[in-house]
Design a protein around this ligand. Structure first.
Ligand SMILES: CC(C)(COP(=O)(O)OP(=O)(O)OC[C@H]1O[C@@H](n2cnc3c(N)ncnc32)[C@H](O)[C@@H]1OP(=O)(O)O)[C@@H](O)C(=O)NCCC(=O)NCCS
Length: 216
């Protein structure tokens, strides 16, 4: 558990290494993924870096005075993000991470498949929740209120930009994260074929207000 209060601040390019580190230590169902994906740049290049790079105005970190120990990242508009991921982000990675030929069978091949199919993020049933997000904190800084603070900051930034609704896709097996999102007023968005994910959504109104918690 952290001993002194860390601060929320906007992401800076110098946070890149910390961002990658936080991502790999939390990407396996909320826990460390390094034993599953030995290439430590793979998951951050799918789930963290493109957001910080393409929409830095929506990237915030928890800074413990030494380094970033948590982040929230996302996009204001999923269709635009998907197009930019394909047109601007993927070309930078294609040499290092070619699309797997044939059926993906290993965990890493499955992640490569996700990397090469950003259109999977376009889910028709939740198109009325155009923004989406990712939030992760190192274990040392979990359950201390930083997730709530990060979410407050992210929702306020979306609302300021005129975005009214946000969604996220979480691994259904990550029950700890689900308890967090429930507490913050997210509710399930029904999707025909969600695979291993549960889609949750809410308005971008401040957490804890009656309208926000009932109108998602
Ligand atoms: C999920 C995560 C972002 C939550 O952030 P956090 O800082 O730990 O959560 P907070 O301390 O801000 O908690 C906010 C509220 O959620 C509740 N909560 C958080 N985690 C909970 C859990 N595991 N079980 C029950 N309640 C929980 C808290 O009790 C708190 O309630 P309160 O403010 O009304 O008292 C963080 O724990 C994390 O990064 N986990 C690992 C990575 C991960 O799973 N990310 C999400 C992927 S979908």
């Amino acid at each position: 558990m952290a001993t002194s209060r860390a601060l929320i601040r906007p992401y800076r390019p110098s946070d890149r290494d910390a961002l990658f580190d936080i991502c790999v230590r939390t990407a396996e169902n909320g826990g460390d993924s390094r034993h599953v994906h030995p290439d430590l740049d793979l998951l951050p290049n799918i789930f963290a870096a493109p957001y910080a790079e393409l929409e830095p105005e929506l990237a915030f970190v928890v800074d413990d005075g030494d380094r970033a120990v948590g982040y929230v990242l996302g996009t204001a508009d999923t269709p635009t993000f998907v197009r930019r991921f394909r047109d601007e982000w993927l070309p930078r990675l294609a040499d290092r991470y070619p699309a797997p030929a044939g059926e993906a069978s290993t965990p890493t091949e499955m992640m490569l498949h996700l990397m090469h199919t950003p259109e999977r993020m376009l889910v028709p049933e939740i198109a009325d929740h155009p923004a989406h997000l990712h939030i992760d904190l190192l274990p040392s800084h979990q359950r201390a209120g930083y997730g709530r603070e990060l979410m407050d900051t992210f929702l306020a930034a979306l609302a300021e930009g005129g975005v009214e609704r946000v969604h996220l896709g979480m691994l259904t097996a990550n029950t700890a994260a689900r308890a967090f999102y429930d507490r913050l007023g997210f509710s399930v968005l029904p999707v025909g074929d969600p695979g291993p994910l549960t889609y949750l959504g809410r308005t971008t109104r401040p957490i804890g207000t009656r309208e926000a918690d009932t109108a998602s």
